[in-house]
Ligand binder design. Structure first.
Ligand code: AMP
Ligand code: ZN
Length: 105
């Protein structure tokens, strides 16, 4: 948990979001500035700043993010989609709480 992190605040319900899915490990919500017809962000509740800061044992939660992406794709009847992690400032990462972009046109 990080007090000043935007996505931690969303995860705690302190900032509203258009939620798509939630379980005890992850939250999925619609991107506020969509770059595709369907643009959803899937985040762990756990504050992990970036792919660069992954630690031993984070494999499980990162795998779960992808499984949730699969579930959302199925639930929304998406015939195809892109999954993307932006990693580090030079990789286009703006919010430093790991998130998986799910985008479909
Ligand atoms: P990234 O560039 O990978 O760090 O992506 C951050 C994403 O978060 C961008 O696509 C933003 O549009 C999105 N975003 C920023 N603030 C919010 C918010 N309050 N609710 C939903 N999405 C947000
Ligand atoms: Zn956070």
């Amino acid at each position: 948990m990080a007090t000043d992190c935007l996505f931690c605040k969303i995860s705690r319900g302190e900032i509203p979001c258009q939620q798509q899915y939630q379980d005890d490990q992850v939250l999925a919500f619609y991107d506020i500035n969509p770059k595709a017809k369907t643009h959803i962000l899937i985040i762990p509740h756990k504050h992990i700043p970036s792919i660069m800061s992954l630690e031993e044992g984070d494999e499980k939660i990162m795998g779960h993010l992808i499984r949730v992406a699969q579930k959302i794709g199925k639930d929304l009847n998406l015939v195809g989609y892109r999954l993307q992690f932006n990693v580090g400032e030079r990789g286009g990462q703006v919010v430093f709480h790991v998130h998986l972009h799910l985008m479909a046109d």
